[in-house]
Ligand binder design. Structure first.
Ligand code: ATP
Ligand code: MG
Length: 161
């Protein structure tokens, strides 16, 4: 993906998250997973490519779903979006799964790193490329054996008077 291929427009990350939450709604119900949204209603816009940012949120949600199996008692995924400082916002996806396997912890964002036999292991690598091309950062916070939180930041649009 090259920079020129991104279509950057002012957009609401809240609506991008809402679209993806709708997309995975029936999958979540089938798997007995609740998706809670905790989004600052005053979030500023970002400058981004909506489809690409939806892809990032979709991968984080599907990863979170995949991290919670039958032994997970509280199958809850929480998506949070808040301002971070003056000129950024931060979106986090937290699950109640088993955390990232230690063997993967430092390779998560590399291509073809996967613990699944039916996946390519490209989701986080592509997500990192997309986020960084938007001027943001993505990282994982792993609470071993309990849960994982994946977060990304994005610069917010400068408000014009
Ligand atoms: N929320 C999570 N909890 C525990 N492990 C995770 C979580 N998210 C990602 N991982 C680990 O990181 C690996 C890489 O994730 P990534 O999204 O890059 O690939 P994938 O989901 O395996 O495949 P793809 O996204 O290409 O379908 C996963 O296989 C899994 O081992
Ligand atoms: Mg994935």
């Amino acid at each position: 993906m090259k920079k020129g291929e991104l279509e950057l427009m002012p957009l609401s990350i809240t609506s991008a998250i809402g679209d993806v939450a709708l997309l995975v709604h029936s999958d979540a119900i089938q798997r007995g997973i609740r998706v809670a949204l905790d989004i600052d209603p005053q979030l500023p816009l970002v400058r981004g490519d909506k489809v690409q940012l939806q892809q990032v949120v979709l991968n984080l949600l599907l990863n979170a779903f995949g991290a919670m199996d039958a032994s997970t008692s509280d199958r809850l995924v929480t998506v949070t979006a808040n301002r971070e400082g003056e000129d950024k916002l931060c979106v986090s996806v937290r699950d109640e799964g088993h955390g990232v396997p230690a063997a993967f912890a430092d390779q998560l964002f590399r291509p073809f790193c996967t613990s699944r036999c039916d996946s390519l292991g490209l989701g986080l690598s592509i997500s990192r490329t997309i986020v960084e091309m938007h001027g943001g950062r993505i990282h994982a916070r792993n609470n071993a054996d309990r849960d994982a939180t994946f977060s990304f930041t994005l610069p917010t649009e400068v408000e014009r008077a």
